[in-house]
Design a protein around this ligand. Structure first.
Ligand code: FES
Length: 436
């Protein structure tokens, strides 16, 4: 295949001027040139210089009005992908980051939710991660400590999308912790750890001192800011403030409209001082439940069109906020959540899994996860968190209906019933088929 003539050249007007000269004329299958990417990307780049930014935002509002006529320009847009993209420019576009990206660094590309301070039964060594050194520790609140992790030689770390998390090896377990920085040119990764009763991982991290080594994964994300949002409503409870702090830092840095609703118990409010300095009047503090309920209702009813809501906290808190937002008519596509404590899952009913490619059938007893049953049958399924948050173990469903118990899959993927996270999810009936 002939090489792309556009390769290596810079695109002058990425928004798309509509001139045919902006499109790549190469016939390479996998064109490395930006121009070819423009051509494949969408019809939007061909319809005028201002439309690419505007149309996706308009498209976002159409689910509000079922039956409404969709303008031809919106019909020409490609279907929205389930992949979340940050509202920030790609680090590759930042001049001071280009050199590092050329050197091979990338941000964590996999969409992953996190479950802070939760351990795995069978931890895996973190592949493709790196060893960092504890630079400093700080007590943020009683039982809450933040750690700054830096490269041992002081070199800069890969950037990350706001709301990302790290998997951290904590002795015998591997836990996920949100990064609290903005993600732009980080000299250290900062995480905040809530000490759990009996939580071996959190106790291990609270015991670390400056100079100690810790093994971490690359940053991963499933809670990114949305590119099409006209405003960001960030809601957090307790230790759930950590990814919200990351979002708020980035939004403030890039001058994005946002506000933060922070619910905490009196006297236990990690990072509240940083948020006050960062947000000023955009921070709404809720030290008790009645105040939170009132301020949440106000926040949900007084947002401009195009606002996206991001909530992080415990399961019941997140569900109550999402339920309230639905009650006020917020569309599902504008609700983003991250749950940091998975409720204890019930053992579920026994079922069988049919392996489509090999023709085998494997029984899954109550109290044993589908992933464990498959492993016991001699199959190797990639996995990391084993709690339905990292997305690593995803399998394709070929028959049957799953009961989704993960916090990774977006709503559209759940309702399609074509994928399952076998580490936590089960079958709705007596049998399910997977592509193995
Ligand atoms: S192993 Fe992480 S979602 Fe299943």
């Amino acid at each position: 295949m002939a090489p792309c003539p556009a390769a290596g050249r810079r695109r002058r007007n990425p928004a798309g001027s509509g001139r045919s000269g902006d499109r790549c004329s190469c016939r390479a299958d996998r064109c490395p040139g930006l121009r070819h990417g423009l051509r494949r990307d969408s019809a939007a780049v061909q319809v005028g210089s201002r439309t690419p930014r505007l149309l996706p935002a308009l498209q976002d509002h159409h689910p509000h009005r079922p039956g409404a006529r969709i303008p031809p320009l919106l019909q020409r847009l490609p279907p929205r992908s389930g992949n979340l993209r940050p509202f920030l420019p790609s680090p590759r576009r930042l001049p001071w980051c280009r050199r590092r990206h050329r050197a091979g660094f990338t941000t964590g590309g996999t969409n992953v939710n996190h479950a802070a301070a939760a351990g795995y039964r069978r931890p895996l060594p973190l592949r493709q991660g790196f060893s960092l050194v504890v630079q400093s520790t700080r007590d943020e609140a009683p039982g809450v400590r933040s750690l700054a992790l830096a490269s041992p030689d002081g070199s800069p770390l890969p950037e990350f999308v706001p709301g990302s998390h790290l998997l951290v090896e904590c002795g015998a377990t591997v836990n996920a912790y949100s990064l609290t920085g903005s993600g732009t040119v980080p000299s250290a990764y900062t995480i905040t750890v809530l000490l759990h009763d009996g939580g071996g991982g959190s106790r291990f991290l609270h015991g670390l001192r400056p100079g100690d080594r810790v093994q971490v994964s690359r940053p991963r994300n499933g809670f990114s800011p949305q590119t099409t949002a006209t405003r960001h409503l960030l809601i957090a409870s307790g230790i759930g403030v950590t990814p919200v702090l990351s979002h708020a830092r980035a939004a403030a840095m890039w001058r994005q409209p946002f506000s933060v609703l922070y619910a905490y118990r009196h006297g236990i409010a990690p990072h509240v001082q940083e948020l006050r300095e960062l947000c000023g009047g955009r921070l709404i503090e809720c030290p008790d439940r009645p105040v939170f309920v009132r301020r949440l209702s106000e926040a949900l009813t007084h947002q401009p069109l195009g606002t996206h809501l991001y909530v992080c906290g415990g399961t019941s808190f997140v569900e109550s906020v999402i339920g309230a937002a639905r009650g006020f008519g917020w569309p599902e596509e504008r609700l983003h959540r991250e749950v940091f404590d998975n409720a204890v899952l019930d053992p579920g009913q026994p079922f069988t899994v049919h392996l489509e490619r090999s023709g085998r059938t494997v029984p899954v007893p109550a109290g044993i996860s589908l992933l464990e049953a498959l492993e016991d049958a001699g199959l190797q399924i990639p996995n990391l968190c084993r709690q339905g948050v990292c997305g690593e173990c995803r399998l394709t469903v070929t028959s049957g209906v799953p009961v989704h118990r993960d916090s990774y899959l977006p709503a559209a993927a759940r309702s399609s019933n074509t994928v399952i996270m076998p580490c936590v999810s089960r079958a709705a009936g007596e049998r399910i088929g997977v592509d193995l």
